[in-house]
Design a protein around this ligand. Structure first.
Ligand code: HEM
Length: 420
C-alpha cells in the first residue's frame, strides 16, 4: 500500500475552515507544494469507512479526474466529501451525478433529447419579465433580502418553469433543495436529504403520471416521451433526473447570484465598469463564476490504483476536486487573484461547471442565460445597491452560498431600458 502523503495540516474536512469562504491561501500553498495531497479526517468525521481523502487543487489535475470516470467513480462513494452534506450514499446514487458508465449515459442521453437549446431559449422572455418584477418590487419597498427576495425566487421559478411545476407547488421545491444540498440547519430547517428526496420523488412521480394524461409544453412531458424511446428509463430513473435538475439548478444559481452581487459590491470599480457598459455583463458572468464557484468541491472514488500528480493513490480512496482552487490556478489563468470583469470569456477558463468530463454541468447554458438576464436587469433598474447588514453564509464545504443578505436598492433615475 503506497504511503498517504500529507506534508502539512489542512483541516479541509472541517466546516469551520469554510466559514469565511473557500480557504484561498491554503489552496495556493497546496497547489504549489502538494497539489495532490492526503487530508486526514478530523475528529468528528462522519465517514466511518474513510480515514480521509485526497485533495486535488490544480486545474489540470481536476480536468484529468473529471475526464476519467472509469478510474474516478461517482457511484462508488458519492459526489460529496462528507456524505452528510447531501444525504446517504443511496440518495447520492439515485441522481445522475451519482451514477457511472452506461447507467449515467442512458440518463444523460435521455435528458439531452428533451433539454434542448430551443427549450432553454424559450424561457428567456418570461425570465426577463420575472426579474424585472422582482427588482421593481424590491425597489418599491426600498429594502429587500438578496437571497429570499431576488436570487431564491428567480432560481426557483426558472427550474420550475423548465420542468413544468405548477405555481402552487413551487415553494416545496425550495424546501427539498435546501435540505438536499445543505447540512446547515439554518437552511435545511431540520429536514434531512433522504427525507427530501423521498418527498420530492413522490411528488414528481405524481406529476409525471398527470402529464401522461394531460401533456403540456414542458420538460416533464418531453422527458416522459423521451424516456419511452430507445432503451427507456424506469420511473425511478425519470424521477431521479428531476430531483437532480431542481437540486442542481436551484441552489447553484441562487448561490451564484448572491455571491455575484456581493462580489460586485466589494469591487465598486468593477461594478462601475458594468454600469457604464452593460455589454460587458456576459463576460462578467464568467468572471463571477470563476471567482465564486457555487459548488466548492466534487468527489470521486478510485476504482483502481492510479498515479495522479506524481502521487500513488490506492483503489477505493476518496478524491476531492476543489473547484475554487482550480479556478484560481495561475498555471491555467493569468492574474488569478484579480477580479476583472473585462477579462473576456476566452481568458477565463474556470471550472465552476466542473472539469469538463461526462458529468459537466448539464444546465450551464440555462445558468448563463439566467445570470446574464438577472445582472442586466438589476443594473438597468438600480442607481445604487447597498449591503445594510450582515451577509450570513451557509455553513458548508460543498456549496458556497448565503442564508441571507439585507440590501437597500436605489432606483435608476431614468426608467429602466431593459436589455434586448
Ligand atoms: C451557476 C449555476 C450552476 C453551477 C455553478 C453548476 C455547477 C455544476 C457542477 C460543478 C456540476 C458537476 C460537474 C462535474 O462533476 O463534472 C454540475 C452538474 C450538473 N448540473 Fe449544474 N450548475 C449550475 C446550474 C445548473 C442548472 C440551472 C441546471 C439545470 C436546471 C443544472 C443541472 C446539472 C445537472 C443535471 C448536473 C449533473 C450532470 C451529470 O451528472 O451528467 N446545473 N453542475
Amino acid at each position: 500500500m503506497p504511503e498517504r502523503f500529507s506534508p502539512f495540516e489542512t483541516h479541509l474536512g472541517d466546516l469551520d475552515t469554510f466559514a469565511d469562504g473557500p480557504p484561498h491561501e491554503l489552496f495556493r500553498r497546496m497547489r504549489d507544494e502538494a497539489p495532490v495531497m492526503w487530508t486526514a479526517a478530523p475528529a468528528d468525521w462522519p465517514e466511518i469507512d474513510q480515514p480521509g481523502f485526497w485533495s486535488v487543487t490544480r486545474a489540470a489535475d481536476v480536468t484529468t479526474v473529471s475526464k476519467d470516470p472509469e478510474t474516478f467513480s461517482s457511484w462508488r462513494g458519492g459526489f460529496t466529501m462528507r456524505a452528510a452534506e447531501v444525504g446517504s450514499l443511496d440518495v447520492q446514487r439515485s441522481v445522475m451525478i451519482g451514477k457511472d458508465g452506461a447507467e449515467h449515459a442512458r440518463m444523460r442521453g435521455t435528458v439531452n433529447r428533451a433539454f434542448t437549446p430551443w427549450r432553454v431559449r424559450s424561457l428567456g422572455a418570461g425570465m426577463r419579465e420575472r426579474v424585472a418584477g422582482l427588482v421593481d418590487a424590491a425597489l418599491e419597498r426600498g429594502r429587500c433580502d438578496l437571497v429570499h427576495d431576488l436570487a431564491g425566487p428567480l432560481a426557483n421559478a426558472t427550474v420550475a418553469d423548465l420542468i413544468g411545476v405548477p405555481e402552487a407547488d413551487r415553494p416545496q421545491l425550495d424546501r427539498w433543495t435546501d435540505a438536499f444540498l445543505n447540512a446547515d440547519d439554518a437552511v435545511a430547517g431540520g429536514m434531512r436529504g433522504d427525507e427530501a428526496l423521498a418527498a420530492s420523488a413522490q411528488y414528481l412521480m405524481g406529476l409525471l403520471l398527470e402529464r401522461e394524461q394531460h401533456p403540456a409544453d414542458d420538460l416533464i412531458t418531453a422527458l416522459g416521451v423521451a424516456a419511452g424511446e430507445g432503451e427507456g428509463l424506469s420511473r425511478e430513473e425519470q424521477v431521479g433526473i428531476f430531483s437532480q435538475l431542481f437540486a442542481a439548478g436551484i441552489d447553484s444559481t441562487k448561490g451564484t447570484i448572491a455571491s455575484g452581487v456581493l462580489t460586485l459590491l466589494e469591487h465598486p470599480d468593477q461594478l462601475r465598469l458594468l454600469r457604464d457598459d452593460p455589454s460587458l455583463v456576459p463576460q462578467a458572468i464568467e468572471e463571477l463564476l470563476r471567482w465564486r464557484p457555487a459548488f466548492t468541491h466534487q468527489r470521486r472514488t478510485t476504482t483502481r490504483p492510479v498515479t495522479l500528480g506524481g502521487v500513488e493513490i490506492p483503489e477505493g480512496d476518496s478524491v476531492v476536486m476543489w473547484l475554487p482552487s482550480a479556478s484560481r490556478d495561475p498555471r491555467a489563468i493569468e492574474r488569478p487573484d484579480v477580479f476583472d470583469v473585462t477579462r473576456g470569456a476566452k481568458r477565463c477558463p474556470h471550472q465552476a461547471f466542473g472539469g469538463g468530463g461526462r458529468h459537466f454541468c448539464l444546465g450551464a447554458g440555462l445558468a448563463r442565460m439566467e445570470l446574464t438576464v438577472f445582472f442586466e436587469e438589476l443594473l438597468a433598474r438600480t442607481e445604487e445597491i447597498r449591503l445594510v447588514g450582515d451577509a450570513v453564509r451557509i455553513r458548508s464545504c460543498f456549496v458556497d452560498g448565503y442564508v441571507r443578505a439585507p440590501l437597500e436598492l436605489v432606483p435608476a433615475r431614468r426608467p429602466a431600458a431593459a436589455a434586448a
